[in-house]
Ligand binder design. Structure first.
Ligand SMILES: Nc1ncnc2c1ncn2[C@@H]1O[C@H](COP(=O)(O)OP(=O)(O)OP(=O)(O)O)[C@@H](O)[C@H]1O
Ligand SMILES: [Mg+2]
Length: 258
């Protein structure tokens, strides 16, 4: 089974960008197939990976909702669980090297215990078929806390270059502790750093107790691509921001000569 990396952080810090560039690293390193999971209800990982434009995506939430309200009878001889798993599989978008699963909104009112149990089992096993899994989470770690995404080997908390961002990163770390999530390693990524990161800031980072895993420079090209709707994954190879993510990925996944 491959490594699982969950990316979390305050809104707008660059979670999706970091997740997409980690996925790019896996692809470039030949760690394929890679599974990309968008666990942010405000999903934009498909755009960052350039998958949204070419494919219509139904989310896991859509599939669960449809299954819960379906009046259809099961195909003859097929157990309910197998039929639901088959339906869930329809939410998996398969491309050449990257498969994408968009979680969508968590369930609404009503009893979804059965559905969530099957979903949990499905998502527990799914990463076994991939060299690496990268999960783009929202700040509340909703899916991690509901265990609808499985335990993770690495949790990367993204902060921007601000004390506010650092404070939010500490809260996410605390939340992960409170939820008693089974996480192998937690690391901090400071994103959008202009110039050289200051000693004062590094001192503040040290005080958080979250080990610094990497620093990503502010990259005007990322912003330019964003404005023009160019997927993050299409970033030129030799840009400093991708170089910085490669360094982080090597720490987590080993040196793959990318
Ligand atoms: N290193 C960087 N340099 C410059 N711009 C960046 C960098 N990283 C991310 N951005 C820009 O910051 C914005 C927010 O990035 P992104 O969407 O990845 O954040 P997010 O944390 O996933 O946001 P949300 O909470 O809305 O999901 C985007 O416009 C993105 O292009
Ligand atoms: Mg995002």
């Amino acid at each position: 089974m491959g490594t699982i990396i969950a990316v979390a952080g305050k809104g707008g810090t660059g979670k999706t960008t970091v997740a997409a560039l980690l996925i790019r690293y896996c692809r470039d390193a030949g760690m394929v197939p890679v599974l990309a999971v968008d666990a942010d209800p405000d999903a934009n990982l498909p755009e960052a990976l350039g998958i949204a434009a070419t494919t219509s995506i139904s989310t896991v939430g859509d599939v669960c909702e449809a299954f819960a309200h379906s009046k259809e009878t099961l195909p003859q001889g097929m157990p309910k669980e197998a039929f639901f798993e088959l339906s869930l599989h329809q939410a998996l978008v398969e491309t050449e090297n990257i498969d994408l699963l968009v979680m969508g909104r968590p369930e609404g009112a009503g009893c979804y215990c059965y559905i969530n149990n099957v979903l949990r089992k499905y998502l527990d096993v799914l990463p076994n078929s991939y060299c690496a899994t990268v999960i783009d989470n929202e700040a509340g770690l909703e899916h991690l806390s509901r265990r609808t995404t499985r335990n993770t080997d690495n949790l990367l908390i993204v902060s921007d270059y601000s004390l506010n961002g650092l404070r939010a990163a500490v809260r996410i770390r605390q939340l992960a502790n409170e939820l008693r999530l089974d996480i192998g390693c937690v690391g901090l990524v400071v994103n959008k750093v202009t110039g050289t990161i200051s000693d004062t800031f590094l001192h503040e980072v040290k005080k958080t107790g979250v080990p610094l895993c990497g620093v990503i420079p502010f990259d005007p090209l990322l912003q330019e691509q964003d404005v023009h709707g160019t997927p993050v994954i299409a970033l030129p190879h030799n840009t400093p921001s991708y170089g910085a993510v490669c360094k982080i990925a090597r720490k987590l996944l080993g040196d793959r000569n990318v």
